[in-house]
Design a binder for this molecule. Sequence first.
Ligand code: BGC
Length: 340
Amino acid sequence: MCMTAMLPPLMLPKPPSSPFYQQVYKKTDGEWHAQKSKDGSSRIARPKKRMQRCSLVSPKLIGWTNISAEVILKEKDDVVERKMAESGVEPGGKYQTKECQSRNKIAIVVPLRNRTEHLKVFLRYMHPFLQRQQLDYAIIVAEQTEGSLFNRGALMNVGFKEAQLLDNFQCFFFHDVDNLPENDGNPYTCPEDGKPRHMTYSLSRWNNYKPFPGWYFGGVTALTANDFQKINGFSNVYWGWGGEDDDLLRRIKFHKMTPTRALDGFPSLIAMARYKTLTHKKAEPSPIRHKLLREYTKRLKSDGLKDLAYQRLALELKPLYTRVLVELQQPSKGKAPARS
Ligand code: BGC
């Protein structure tokens, strides 16, 4: 089916020239140079002298993309890798905007297991997407070994910790591998401190782009490094499908932060924050996730970045991403729960 046929009847202004877009970006752009840690020291490198800062709205935006995994997968790996390298993608999936000083330096953290084909589509699509927004970025994939139940939250924490060892990122996009943003006017700019941003306003898989209710905080979320640290990251106790994203939202609210949405305050543009879902078999929901969720306050202080336990088995700078392969452990209990 042709995706464009399903788009809402929006007459969107063309991104680069419109003052309307300038407003949108002003509102969503966290301005990387403004993000300093509380002790006053700037953990983020200062902008290079002489090079001009990128404009608020990138002139490279193209708007909607008709995403087809089949088309994306047609090209051979070596051809794609060569083209990406020519576009400036460095080993480890790092990229620095060449033509101007980017306003944002972001890390995209992707939790993964057994989704090789989805990852391929994701990388081939996301690199050009992020480059069109003139971002400095790196893609870090946190992969869990076989045998144990999948733990999305703990893998996000792993990605965060490992990324911090690699570079100074102003903010983090915690990103499911099967969600692809359809419009590059959906800003992957950093949120402000205290305002974590939910990116996935709607998904093709979810009732054909029906907007998500406010309680949903899954799919793709963006937090500054400061905020993620402050809330102690994701909880590590959600083994199996579900709950960890609900827990994250509770942590955010508990710390009196304000959850926001991509393109908040611009109702006529909100549809731009829609995502195409790559198809996959739905996992079995964890039967204990609601119970864990009810008790989230009891664990807040320790459970998360602080007690994260894992063994790093590999750290590889692949041509299009940084791969961190880990064996997760249960804090203080050792071995992760096995798959039934
Ligand atoms: C789960 C969440 C999930 C949501 C939407 C909830 O029941 O706990 O993890 O994101 O459903 O699918």
